[in-house]
Design a protein around this ligand. Structure first.
Ligand code: ATP
Length: 401
């Protein structure tokens, strides 16, 4: 359909990027990146109309996203040949707008295209020997200035390398080391770095990628005091174990893996240093609050747990009730005492689920006047439940009376 909609307007349409890569690798990928030689915006609107999808347009970048009813997402970009758009390293001969678009991409394996117009449908476009790199399992940039243009690609290279079991090409690795030596990052702080870091930490197993980042001297760039010493490695491994354990509980409440790993990675940073980190990388407000909120709550709980364990279930409950799943798993990962670990897992598996059976309505029937007293009674009831003083509705009724 994409090809037909383009054809009707005399545009040429190509599938590009990760979609083509994953297709050749026979991996699943539900997002299609499409490049249009023509007006991408007009095309996106027409496609949405034809397939009853919704379209969101970013005028400034001449891109659009079409969301289809079956959950498929089509990213649409316009291939342009505008002079001022040329990347610094682009040779100026023999250009097609598609080639220029592909040349601007991060790695050769992401720089192939497939024709979508009906007359040439399925023809692979490979200007840069990408198929060979895919076969050799190599991550290679398209030109020497790639990391100078956009250092976030260094993080992408590491992510792809670890996720797909590829290796960064020798020359590309040299370019990374050069970029690190030149301290290119200083000029390019910002949310895109954070996005890529989040990408790495959201992968199935981010530990090898973190190790790779350390080997390439990238951790000090996140924060000068960040070093992958044995204790930190242990924390990361424990985080992984905690996340695997949590997954087996099949909780409805989702857990953001990246947040647990980021908390573990920055365990040695003070709150103020973490705040600086958020500012430097323009961490979105919501993520910032999650990160700092969980850090503060977990550190407070850790201090108490190090001194003495609460001697009752209600004590454990009140110590940990302010934490989300990420903070709890982080706390579990950094706690070394067996008894502390046991208390935290008891909270996650059981105590956090405990609620009194009686509710406000029941209290009204029992003759209590609605008001702050309700909260007090229900809190006391919860503690009694947690500590086993009441076990069912009948005992709760006796307790309240
Ligand atoms: P994933 O499966 O992780 O989504 P992807 O390859 O689809 O992998 P995206 O981040 O969705 O990755 O990017 C889509 C495409 O955009 C990539 O395939 C790549 O060609 C291009 N791209 C993304 N980021 C950059 C960048 N920093 N520089 C150049 N090209 C990029």
């Amino acid at each position: 359909t994409i090809g037909e909609v383009a054809q009707e307007r005399k545009y040429r349409a190509f599938a590009v990027g990760g979609f083509v890569r994953d297709l050749l690798l026979q991996e699943k990928n539900f997002d299609i990146d499409v490049v249009i030689e023509g007006d991408g915006m007009v095309f996106a609107k027409a496609l949405a109309e034809r397939l009853k999808g919704r379209v969101r347009v970013h005028k400034k970048f001449k891109t659009a996203v079409v969301k289809l009813p079956d959950g498929l997402k089509v990213d649409v970009a316009t291939a342009r040949l505008e002079y001022y758009d040329y990347p610094a390293a682009m040779p100026t001969v023999e250009l097609s707008s598609l080639k220029l678009d592909l040349y601007r991409r991060d790695f050769t394996i992401n720089a192939m295209a497939i024709h979508l117009n009906p007359d040439t449908f399925g023809t692979l476009v490979d200007f840069f020997n990408s198929q060979n790199d895919l076969k050799d399992h190599k991550i290679r940039v398209l030109h020497n200035l790639s990391f100078v243009e956009d250092p976030t690609r260094i993080f992408r290279a590491i992510r792809f390398e670890q996720r797909m079991g590829f290796t960064i090409g020798q020359h590309t690795e040299r370019l990374i080391k050069n970029a690190v030596r030149m301290n290119l990052f200083d000029r390019f702080f910002g949310y895109r770095f954070f996005g890529e870091l989040k990408g790495i930490l959201s992968e199935e197993n981010p530990l090898p990628a973190i190790r790779r980042m350390a080997d390439l001297h990238l951790l000090p760039f996140l924060h000068p005091r960040l070093k992958l010493e044995p204790r930190l490695t242990k924390n990361l491994e424990e985080s992984q174990a905690a996340l695997a354990w949590y997954q087996l509980l099949y909780r409805d409440e989702p857990c953001r893996n990246w947040l647990v790993y980021l908390l573990a990675l920055t365990v040695n940073l003070k709150r103020s240093e973490l705040q600086d980190f958020c500012q430097r990388f323009e961490v979105p407000e919501r993520n910032r609050q999650q990160l700092l909120g969980e850090k503060t709550a977990a550190q407070q709980a850790a201090t108490v747990l190090r001194r003495a364990l609460p001697d009752s279930n209600s004590g454990i409950y009140h110590l940990l009730a302010g934490l989300g799943p990420e903070g709890l798993l982080y706390l579990l990962a950094i706690s070394r005492k067996k008894a502390a670990k046991k208390a935290i897992s008891l909270y996650v598996t059981e105590l956090s689920q405990v609620r009194p059976e009686l509710n406000g309505h029941d209290l009204k029937v029992l003759g209590y006047q609605p008001g702050p007293i309700f909260r007090q009674i229900l809190d006391q009831l919860l503690d009694a439940r947690l500590d086993g003083q009441v076990r069912n509705r009948e005992e709760e009724l006796v307790f309240v009376r």
